[in-house]
Each structure stands twice: as structure tokens, then as C-alpha cells.
Design a protein around this ligand. Structure first.
Ligand SMILES: [Zn+2]
Ligand SMILES: [Zn+2]
Length: 839
């Protein structure tokens, strides 16, 4: 025990805190306060994992989010039972980022923690115990008491026990002191169930017995002995070819991967014989899942215009944290990024480059890899969890000072970011829809940059209106690049009038004569064609010609899409599927027809119209497995596909020199989206997909099929007139109170019973109307899709004044209101989904 005298001796630089707020993996929107026991004072650190009791029975692992001296008012704080980490698992900057995200996006910090940690590092719901494999009961210097013996006996029958199990074994409630004593006596280990999920990759390697590797004569003798044993001889030869021990005996140490050594046809049993006879030895090593890659080239020379952009970005960073790089498609933004990244890495800071979807941007990733090699980590959305943990650990250990990743890479354990780049910052896939936190990676990146005092560069050919607005207001710096790199030229646009062709009978399966001519010309010159339609499947409707019945999902209020390949009707919202009916379920007629064109049907009709062309298709259905996307890209890149039909996937950063024609199958479909961002989106999508045409010296051609060629937006896209388009749309947004002039929050109320959902939505609306801040509350209205997975949905839209104080006050009151409503028995099973800055 400490005497008073000793207590005074504690250095002042280490203030003592009596309480810690712990982030727990439970669905309750707050941190929980625990008492810090005196003996743990020195071990408590923000970000460290601790074991605590939660509720009456549960023992949970949590992360310390905050330390302070304020006792909780509503309950008596329980003590922290154990500190698991000597080094914190999560750094204070990360905790700060989590806390900001929870507050801004109206979710709880436990949800952010859940999203942030790869599941291999996630906290389990419960801690468990096992026997310490090093424990030797007979020779242990510590005698065990009766209760401790009982626990160890129980562990003989079961390899692991939960705290609950231990309570049952002993028939008492407070078991932690006993377990703690067992840990001190090194008899048991406390561990987390889920943490074991991460398993290092083990490789079996083979090497020559070491004296053979260093003795040429012995080796020659060995060959003589093996003569006639063809199989064994060939394995030995193969080994010596891959590991030239004659020249460099030290190479033998690392050996050769067993699967590399055993080529097809080589028998495992011959190798076994060689090992048995002491020629080879087998050993195991832990290997990285992530390949070592050596840099292949230095960065390219910048053009004078690119160099000017780099200089301008750097000088604007002197004054501003965020700079918008507005560079048209094909202007060579990647080389500009490379230059900036190199400079920041040389200064010793870390760099994060965000991409909307890595699988769709393999070209930029391989270009970066050529320059940065293994210094660069890639955080891929299709990576396995083990691979994610290795990237995480690579950032922690300093192996990766530069990471290219999707939105979740914002959560990696960076401690000194100097630069964050958000490429294609306008992309809607930066927004996480489900589950919480429903964050926007671009906005979160700017906040993360702020915490690190790092610079943030936003890059786009078609900036989001929010970012452009901020640049115009002087909040962000702004650099423009209006010239394509090299001799590449901007494409030529054509509007193909679907209505006129129909009247003249020139339409063939929804393709205009102009589009067909352009395709044919390109095919004749051995050039490639991209066809864009953002709708997968064969056709979006199946309808009865006699009574008008359409096939609908049984769980959602949407029509089912016909997929010819699998001969099924599928719901794109809930995954429900059924066989195509042979007759109308309403009237019995067999006159069922498909309406509308999905990518599958466009591919089919183009193959009929151009029988000599080789067709390919890229959409969710053809790219489901890890390599599906890459395979199609490779085929297209090597010229095995002439016409590639695809959804939005083909608009993202593809760079193929032989694409000269881009066809937009249904331009109107892009425009007619019921959202205030429809115009902005259409401008972005059409410009992006058009940007795929003519990336080298040949001028590209873009054909937009439309029923309304006179629409103003087409003229603006064709003229590349972003500024004017922005000005007109902004005037409208200002007049009707839309972002960036207000902040939006969308709240969806969901319940399986229509009446309950409606009642709950109205109750929420009434309460929100009372909150005394500057705001407009719209709704509640039935959602555009009134029912999904048998849940009825109502939506309210809140337009808030942009001031920080208004937003904080509203969000705080909203949380309280929802807690009150949820407590009412009639609304207990209602779900409320809050989406801040919906898109
Ligand atoms: Zn019918
Ligand atoms: Zn459905």
C-alpha cells in the first residue's frame, strides 16, 4: 500500500484520473464511465483495451476513449477489471476521429468502432479464459486454492470457458478476483474470442541440407547416387535452377516454397523420400499475404502545365488546408499526385490516397505501384479480412507510409498524415449508405486531415457542387487544368434523337441509326466501343400484354428485373428471386413481354446487329468474384473485346487508347432521377463516360441517345460548360433551400406494420417541429420505394441552417427525442435511420 508520503512523490506531469469512459461494442449510444482502480493508474492509456463488467453479468472488452475526474451521475461507476494492452491498439487521433464521426453523423461511437476495426481486430462481445500452455501445475511456485483448482479442473474438460461458465462452475457471482489470481500465477490466459480470427499465412518451404549446399563435391556425389531415379533427380534439378546454390550457397537458407518446387507432374512422394534421406529439409515460415513489389520506374517528367499545377497547389496549401484540383478527364492528374506524394513521403509524413472503388481503378493503382513499390499499401474492398489486418499492421509498423484505399482506409492507424488525396471526389460511392456510420469519405477525410494538421487535395474532372462552391467562396484553394495531357483531344458529341428515328422507322431494338453507324465505322477501323447503360439485367419489367399485370417483388414495392442468363426474375433491392411465370398470374394469358433495356439485353441485341463483333459486358452480375472485373478489363485491354456494354463501372477511370466511340444508351434515364442532385449527377456521369473516348491522339466520338435532344443540360455538357451549369443550378438550390445553402438530414422511419410506421413518423415529426432552431421540416412522406423487405418506410427531410451551433443543438435534441419515442411500448420495434448529408 502507498503511504501518504509516497503519494506526494508522484511526478506532477502524470496527473491521475479517477474515471475512464470506455467504448463498448453494445448498441447503446454513449460511452460508459468506469472507475480506475489505484493499481491500474499507471497502465491506463487512451486507446488501450480494457476488460470491464457490463450490466449485471457480462464481461466485455472495450477501448478507453477518455479519462477524467467526473463521476457519473446516473449510476455508480464499476471498476475497470483489467488492462489488456501495454501499447494502445488505437491512437488518440483515431479516437478523436471516431468521436467526431459519431457526433456529426448521429450514430454512436460503438458503431464507428465496429466499422473502423477490421473484424480480425474487433472486440468480442465476451472475454474467455483458457489454460496457459506454459503452466506446469506440479512445479508451480504458487499454490492454488480450492476455487482456483475447480476452474482448472473445468478447463480440463473444456478448452475454454466464458466468465458465465466460471460463475456456474463456482456458483458465485464475483469471479474476477479468482481469475485475476490465476492470471498472476500464470495458470490461465484471458483472451478474446474474435481476435483469433486473424491467422498468419504459413508457408512450407524446402531447402537442401545445409552441408550439401556448401559442398560442391558432396552435391555431385549426390547426383551420381540419384542417377536412374528420374523423379527425384528432376526435383533436385528444379531446386538448383531456382536457388543457384553453386554460385551463392547463402541463398539456400531461405529455400523454396514447396508448391513452387513441386511442378505439375512431380510427385509428393519423391520429395518425401528426398527429405527422409536427408537431402532436403522442410520448414515453415510466416509470410506476408501482401506481395513485395520493387519500384519499376521513377516518376515521369511533368509537362509545363502539370508542373504549374503542382506549384500552384503547393503555394495554396501554404494558406489553406484543402485545395480542389479541377482537371478535365485525361489531363494527367495521377502524375501530379505522384509528385506531391513523393515530396510528402520524403519529409517523413504519411500519405493516404482515397479512391472510390479500388476494383474499378486498377489502372491507377498499378501506375502508383510502379513508382512506390512496397512502400505503398493497398486497402481493397475485396480483400479478405486477414489481408486487411496485414495492411493495418503495416501502417502501425511503418512498413506502409503510403496507402491507397477505399473509404474504410480512413480508419487505419495513421499517426502523422501529411497529405490526404481524394480522387474523383464527386463520386457518390464515397458515401456509406448502410450500416451506420453513414459517412461521406470526402468530408470525413477533410476532418481527419484537420486532426492531423495535414493537407487535403480533392481531385475531379467534374467537382461536386459542394466542393466547387467552397472553392468559389475561398474556403478551399482552387487549381484548374483545362488541357488534356499530350496531344489527346476532347471528344466530339452527337445527340441521337430516339423519337425522330422511331417516326422514320429507323430504330432497331432501341438503337438509333447514328449510333449504329458510329459503331460500324469504329469496328471497320479496328477500334473499340463502350456502351453505357446504368441498369443491369435483361429488362426491368415483365408485363402481361392482355391485362397490364407487371411482376413485382413480394417483399418490396418495386418491379422485378428479368435476368435472361439465369432465367429468373430478381429484386435488386432485397435479392428476392423467382422463376419466370409461363402465364400471367392475374388473367392466365401467355402474352408476357419484357419492357426496357438492361445491359444483358443490349449486349444481346448488339450481337445480333453486329454479328462479326466480339461483345463483352461489365456489370455487377459479371464481376461478382474477386477477379471478374480484372478479367474483363484484361480482355478489353488486349483487344479480345470490340464492344463493351456496362453500367457505371465503365465510367470510372478506364483508360484505353483504342476506345474511340462511347454510346450512352439512354441519356434521359440519367436526367430523370427524382433528386435535387439529378442535374449535377447527370453532368458528372455523362462527362465522365464521355471522357473514356479518344484518350490518345484519335479524337473520340460520343453518341447520346435521347427523346429530348433540346434539353439544356445536353448543350452544357457538350460545351464542357461546367461553370455556367453550376451557376444556373446554384440559383435554383438557393431559391429552394438545398445544399450547400442548408444542411440536410433525412430520417427514415421503418416498421413491418403500415399504421405503426406512419404513426411513429408523425410522432417524430411533431417533436422535431418543436426544436427551437432555424430549420424546415418536410414530410413525413412515404418513401419513393414505400416498402422494402416487408418494412414500410416513411421519410422526413430536415433543412437546417448551416451554422455549427444550430446543427449541434438539433442533433442533440434529436437524439433525446428518439430515445423518448423508442421508450414508448407502441414504438419499441420501430427503426429510425438518420442520414446526415444524404446523397
Ligand atoms: Zn394478364
Ligand atoms: Zn424485394
Amino acid at each position: 500500500m502507498l503511504s501518504l508520503f509516497e503519494e506526494k512523490e508522484l511526478p506532477e506531469s502524470q496527473p491521475e484520473f479517477s474515471f475512464a469512459d470506455v467504448i463498448l461494442p453494445v448498441p447503446i449510444p454513449r460511452m460508459f464511465t468506469y472507475k480506475i482502480p489505484r493499481n491500474l493508474y499507471s497502465e491506463i492509456q487512451i486507446g488501450a483495451r480494457v476488460i470491464v463488467q457490463f450490466g449485471r453479468k457480462k464481461i466485455l472488452t472495450g477501448i478507453i476513449g477518455k479519462v477524467h475526474n467526473k463521476p457519473p451521475q446516473a449510476y455508480e461507476a464499476k471498476p475497470i477489471l483489467e488492462v489488456l494492452d501495454h501499447q494502445p491498439s488505437v491512437n488518440p487521433l483515431q479516437i478523436r476521429f471516431w468521436a467526431w464521426m459519431a457526433e456529426y453523423y448521429c450514430c454512436h461511437i460503438g458503431e464507428v468502432m465496429h466499422a473502423a476495426l477490421p473484424s480480425g481486430l474487433r472486440l468480442s462481445s465476451e472475454s474467455r479464459i483458457q489454460v496457459n500452455p506454459n503452466f506446469d501445475k506440479e512445479n508451480s511456485p504458487y499454490p492454488l486454492d480450492e476455487r482456483e483448482e475447480k476452474i482448472l479442473d473445468a478447463l480440463e474438460n473444456q478448452s475454454e470457458l466464458s466468465y458465465d461458465d466460471c460463475e456456474k462452475v463456482l456458483g458465485i457471482k464475483t469471479i474476477h478476483p479468482i481469475l485475476k489470481s490465476l492470471v498472476t500465477k500464470e495458470a490461465i490466459l484471458i483472451f478474446e474470442k474474435v481476435q483469433e480470427k486473424y491467422s498468419p499465412k504459413i508457408e512450407t518451404r524446402i531447402r537442401l541440407r545445409s552441408d550439401l549446399a556448401h559442398n560442391k563435391e558432396a552435391l555431385e556425389e549426390l547426383f551420381a547416387q540419384l542417377s536412374g531415379k528420374v523423379k527425384q533427380e528432376s526435383i533436385l534439378l528444379k531446386y538448383l535452377r531456382d536457388v543457384p546454390v553453386f554460385q551463392k550457397p547463402e541463398l539456400n537458407e531461405k529455400g523454396l516454397d514447396k508448391s513452387t518446387l513441386l511442378e505439375e507432374g512431380d510427385s509428393e512422394s519423391s520429395l518425401k523420400t528426398l527429405i527422409k534421406n536427408g537431402v532436403f529439409e522442410s520448414f515453415k515460415v510466416v509470410v506476408n499475404r501482401l506481395e513485395e513489389i520493387q519500384p519499376e520506374r521513377t516518376a515521369s517528367e511533368l509537362s509545363p502545365i502539370q508542373q504549374e499545377a503542382v506549384d500552384s497547389i503547393k503555394s495554396q496549401f501554404e494558406e489553406k488546408q484543402t485545395v480542389l484540383l479541377h482537371g478535365i478527364t485525361g489531363s494527367g492528374k495521377t502524375e501530379i499526385y505522384i509528385r506531391l506524394i513523393q515530396e510528402v513521403l520524403e519529409s517523413g509524413s504519411q500519405v493516404l490516397l482515397l479512391l472510390p472503388e479500388i476494383a474499378l481503378t486498377t489502372q491507377i493503382v498499378s501506375r502508383l505501384q510502379e513508382v512506390f513499390g512496397s512502400q505503398m499499401g493497398v486497402y481493397h474492398s475485396k480483400y479478405s479480412d486477414n489481408e486487411r489486418v496485414e495492411v493495418w499492421n503495416g501502417v502501425l509498423s511503418g512498413r506502409f507510409s503510403f496507402v491507397v484505399g477505399v473509404r474504410s482506409s480512413l480508419f487505419l492507424p495513421f499517426d502523422s498524415l501529411g497529405l490526404i488525396i481524394v480522387d474523383e471526389e464527386h463520386e457518390s460511392s464515397y458515401k456509406q449508405f448502410d450500416p451506420a456510420p453513414r459517412f461521406h469519405a470526402r468530408d470525413a477525410a477533410i476532418m481527419l486531415g484537420y486532426f492531423h494538421q495535414a493537407k487535403t487535395l480533392l481531385g475531379s474532372a467534374t467537382p461536386s457542387f459542394e466542393s466547387y462552391f467552397n472553392a468559389q467562396q475561398g474556403k478551399y484553394g482552387h487549381v484548374e487544368l483545362h488541357q488534356r495531357f499530350g496531344d489527346a483531344q476532347l471528344p466530339e458529341f452527337y445527340l441521337a434523337d430516339l423519337g425522330a428515328d422511331r417516326r422514320k422507322n429507323l430504330l432497331k431494338v432501341d438503337s438509333t441509326r447514328l449510333l449504329r453507324e458510329k459503331i460500324q465505322e469504329a469496328l471497320d477501323k479496328n477500334e473499340q466501343i463502350l456502351i453505357y447503360q446504368n441498369r443491369r439485367g435483361y429488362s426491368p419489367y415483365v408485363q402481361c400484354e392482355d391485362c397490364g399485370w407487371t411482376a413485382e417483388c413480394v417483399q418490396c414495392d418495386v418491379s422485378l428485373t428479368y435476368h435472361q442468363f439465369s432465367e429468373e426474375l430478381r429484386c435488386h433491392y432485397c435479392g428476392y428471386k423467382e422463376k419466370v411465370p409461363t402465364s400471367c398470374p392475374a388473367c392466365g394469358s401467355t402474352q408476357l413481354s419484357t419492357k426496357g433495356m438492361g445491359t444483358e439485353r443490349i449486349e444481346e441485341s448488339l450481337s445480333l446487329l453486329f454479328p462479326e463483333a466480339r461483345l463483352g459486358r461489365m456489370d455487377l452480375d459479371t464481376t461478382r468474384n474477386k477477379y471478374g472485373y480484372q478479367r474483363i478489363l484484361d480482355e478489353f485491354g488486349s483487344g479480345q473485346i470490340d464492344i463493351l456494354v456496362g453500367t457505371q463501372m465503365i465510367t470510372k477511370g478506364l483508360d484505353f487508347g483504342r476506345v474511340t466511340v462511347v454510346g450512352i444508351w439512354d441519356g434521359d434515364r440519367i436526367l430523370n432521377f427524382p433528386d435535387f442532385r439529378a442535374g449535377e449527377r447527370a453532368f458528372q456521369q455523362i462527362t465522365q463516360v464521355a471522357g473514356r473516348a479518344g484518350r490518345r491522339s484519335v479524337k473520340g466520338q460520343v453518341v447520346i441517345q435521347t427523346r429530348n435532344p433540346e434539353q439544356d443540360i445536353y448543350a452544357k455538357v457538350i460545351a464542357g460548360d461546367y461553370k455556367n451549369f453550376f451557376r444556373v443550378e446554384m440559383a435554383e438550390r438557393k431559391q429552394f433551400y438545398y445544399p450547400p445553402f442548408v444542411k440536410l438530414i433525412k430520417i427514415t422511419t421503418r416498421h413491418a406494420d403500415f399504421k405503426t410506421a406512419e404513426k411513429a413518423a408523425i410522432a417524430l415529426h411533431r417533436e422535431m417541429a418543436q426544436i427551437a432552431v432555424k430549420k424546415i421540416v418536410l414530410g413525413p412522406e412515404r418513401a419513393l420505394i414505400g416498402r422494402i423487405k416487408n418494412q414500410y418506410q416513411f421519410e422526413s427531410l430536415i433543412k437546417l441552417d448551416r451554422s455549427g451551433a444550430t446543427q449541434q443543438e438539433f442533433k442533440k435534441r434529436l437524439a433525446e427525442i428518439l430515445e423518448e419515442l423508442q421508450a414508448r411500448s407502441e414504438f419499441r420495434s420501430v427503426r429510425w435511420i438518420i442520414d446526415v448529408d444524404p446523397s
